[in-house]
Structures are given as structure tokens and as C-alpha cells.
Ligand binder design. Structure first.
Ligand SMILES: *Cc1c(COP(=O)(O)O)cnc(C)c1O
Length: 389
């Protein structure tokens, strides 16, 4: 089922081994196997400037956050990982580290609503120019590049339309004009897709989602391919201050240990639900990159291990019917967010994507989005059967 192995024994630890051990040596003082939560703001110096282990103040660095940052870098195959207070804090810091006022960025025309809002309503006021573009069409991206384009922002799969962008092709387009390619890898997680290996310069995560995985923490991350860009973002992280606190960092680190097994179960369950929805009379269309009918299935197959736990579908009965379904499930919880162990259902047009209504990013009103959890598949299918009846 899984076309690519996660493990490579000879010298390079496999994905799951890195998830459990990277950055997480047992504590040198006590042998504690779990990384301690260093709930401290400051550190005793042995004489002025005499730092033990380089720590002086927890906005600049904290050992629990360092463990998470090293683990994130190891999972994405990057030079540097940085952990933030939220996905959007990570994004804001990254945009300001790469761009200056007057620069131009390209965004997916179905970008995560919060990303679009950050760019269109906050960074635009600061002087950033932007163009939404269909990232799944490389020719459209090449045509939208301007001399001042500094950054191409990609999501794949996208939220909530599950479009797939060809990361390697976009890296080539961006680099031809010395622009950086950044991939928001939140939907796939590093277990399913590793954009840096495909040519991206940086990866962004809302660790709130699959990396944390238990709907109990809000966090974000940036991982860079090269140490220089990593250093630039680290400077901005310290200067802007939107860091992950030690307890939040610890929760994400704990979630990451089971990322591989969780993702496999998310994918198993999603595949069964896609099958169920595809033959359901109330469903006019299922959006899932694993379907051979998906317009970019072959690209997805080339760059993803499996196709993830997110599914969107359109209801034949239009908006009213879609809203009704969202209110009739009982195992699927009606709620925003995604990527946790529990299944969620939502209506993007009225919920996660309400802020883009009337913009080029508006989503169809009959669309329902599922974040498929890791409950028993029979219960999930029974729940959808009832809600769609
Ligand atoms: C949730 C999400 C974000 C924003 O992350 P927060 O942790 O909520 O700030 C960004 N991108 C995608 C794809 C998301 O799903």
C-alpha cells in the first residue's frame, strides 16, 4: 500500500525513528526519557556572559522549544526548524523575513482563508503586493510572476478544494526569477510529503493540525532548506517574538511521536469514506487527490506517500442540504480546524472560509469538508449514512 519506505537503516534513521528521537536525547541530568518542560523565562549565568548551553532568555531560545525545532528539521529534511505560537504567527514572521514593502507574492487562489486575510488585510497595508493564482496550473504561475516577485506561496493539497500543485515545477519557476518557494505542508504533514526534497526553500506548518494531532494546542512552524534563510527567520522570530511557549512546544513534540501511525490510519479511513461517498446518490462530486479522477492525481502520486485524511464533497441538494448534513452527524463533530484524532465536519462557505466570501477565493456553497479522524471506520460510515439519508 505504501509505495515508499519510511526507514533506511544503514546510517540514516527512518521517519518514525526521527519522530521519536530527533532532538530528544534523554535528559543529561536525570535520564528523563520525555523532554522536560523548561517552564522558565531566564537562565542563571556563571559570570557575565557565562551561558550554560547557550540559553539566556526564553524568547530567544528555550530547551523544550529547541527539542521540537530540531525534531521538525529532521522530519522535513531541513537545515533549521523554528517553532511559533501559531501557524499564522509562523507565516507572518516568514513573510516579513523574506519580503520588504514593495515586493510581490503569489498565493493560491484557494489559499487557507487565514493566510489570504493576513496577506490581503495586514501585509498589504504594510506595502506587500499580491496576486492570487491557480497554483495547480504551472503556466498560470509563470505568467503571474513579476520582476518584484519575491515569494511564491503554495499549499498542496489545498484547503478546502484539495487541489494539487506540482512542487518541483513551481520551484523551477520561482527560482528562475530568484524568488523563494514556500510550501504550507499542513494538510499533508511531513509523513506524506517532503517539499524541501522537491526544491522548496521553506515549509510552513500549522502544528495545531496533524503534527500536534490531538486538538489540544495551537502552534506553528517554519523549516528551511538552508541555514542562511533559517538564520534570517530566527532573527525575525526573536525580534518579533511570536514564539511557541515551552508547554505548547512539548505538546507538539508529544503529538509528533505518533504522527506516522496516525497518518496511516487517517489515510486508511479516508480511503474508505471516499469510496462510500463516491457511490452515494446525494453526492455530486468527491474531491480527494487519491481518486484517479482527480485532475492532478498523477502529480499527487509522484510527490505524496499517500493522500491524507482531508476530503471535501459537494451535495446535490445545494447549500441548504449541505448545511443540514453538517448538523446531523454525531461521531463527526461540527467544528473548524482539522488533523486531530477525532473526525470533524464543517461547511467551509459559512465557517473556515467565510472571511473570503466575495473574493476570488470564495468556495462553493454546497461544499462540505471532512477531517477524517482515527475512530473505527464502521462508526464513521454509519454516521455519514444517517446524515446523508
Ligand atoms: C490552520 C491552518 C493555518 C493557520 O494555522 P493556525 O495554527 O490556526 O494559526 C495555515 N494553513 C493551513 C493550511 C491551515 O489549515
Amino acid at each position: 500500500m505504501d509505495p515508499r519506505p519510511t526507514a533506511g537503516a544503514s546510517g540514516h534513521p527512518g521517519f518514525n525513528t526521527r519522530a521519536i528521537h530527533a532532538g530528544q536525547e534523554p535528559d543529561s541530568l536525570t535520564g528523563s526519557v520525555a523532554v522536560p518542560i523548561y517552564q522558565t523565562s531566564t537562565y542563571k549565568q556563571d559570570g557575565v556572559g557565562g551561558l550554560r548551553g547557550g540559553y539566556e532568555y526564553s524568547r530567544s531560545a528555550n530547551p523544550t522549544r529547541t527539542a521540537l525545532e530540531e525534531c521538525l528539521a529532521a522530519l522535513e529534511g531541513g537545515a533549521r526548524g523554528l517553532a511559533f505560537a501559531s501557524g499564522l504567527a509562523a507565516e507572518d514572521t516568514l513573510f516579513r523575513a523574506i519580503c520588504v514593502p514593495g515586493d510581490h507574492v503569489l498565493l493560491p487562489d484557494d489559499a487557507y482563508g487565514g493566510t489570504f486575510r493576513l496577506v490581503a488585510r495586514v501585509l498589504a497595508r504594510w506595502g506587500l503586493e499580491y496576486t492570487p493564482v491557480a497554483m495547480h496550473e504551472p503556466a498560470a504561475v509563470a505568467a503571474a510572476m513579476r520582476p518584484n516577485t519575491k515569494l511564491v506561496w503554495v499549499e498542496t493539497p489545498t484547503n478546502p478544494l484539495l487541489n494539487i500543485a506540482d512542487v518541483a515545477a513551481l520551484a523551477e519557476i520561482a527560482h528562475a526569477q530568484q524568488a523563494k518557494l514556500v510550501v504550507d505542508n499542513t494538510f499533508a504533514s511531513p509523513y506524506l510529503q517532503q517539499p524541501l526534497a522537491l526544491g522548496a526553500d521553506a515549509v510552513v506548518h500549522s502544528t495545531t493540525k496533524y503534527l500536534g494531532g490531538h486538538s489540544d494546542v495551537v502552534g506553528g512552524a517554519v523549516i528551511t532548506a538552508d541555514p542562511e534563510l533559517g538564520g534570517e527567520i530566527a532573527f525575525h522570530q526573536n525580534a518579533m517574538g511570536a514564539i511557541s511557549g515551552p508547554f505548547d512546544a512539548w505538546l507538539v513534540l508529544r503529538g509528533i511521536k505518533t504522527l506516522g501511525v496516525r497518518m496511516d490510519r487517517h489515510c486508511d479511513n479516508a480511503e474508505r469514506i471516499v469510496e462510500f461517498l463516491s457511490s452515494h446518490p446525494a453526492v455530486s462530486r468527491v474531491l480527494y487527490p487519491g481518486l484517479t479522477s482527480h485532475p492532478n492525481h498523477s502529480v499527487a502520486k509522484g510527490q505524496m506517500r499517500r493522500f491524507g485524511g482531508m476530503i471535501s464533497f459537494r451535495h446535490r441538494g445545494g447549500e441548504e442540504a449541505a448545511l443540514k448534513v453538517c448538523g446531523l452527524t454525531s461521531v463527526f463533530t461540527l467544528g473548524e480546524s482539522l488533523g486531530g484524532v477525532e473526525s470533524l465536519i464543517e461547511h467551509p462557505g459559512r465557517m473556515t472560509h467565510a472571511s473570503v466570501a466575495g473574493s476570488p477565493l470564495e468556495v462553493p456553497a454546497d461544499l462540505i469538508r471532512l477531517s477524517v479522524g482515527i475512530e473505527d471506520i464502521a462508526d464513521l460510515i454509519a454516521d455519514l449514512t444517517t446524515a446523508l439519508a
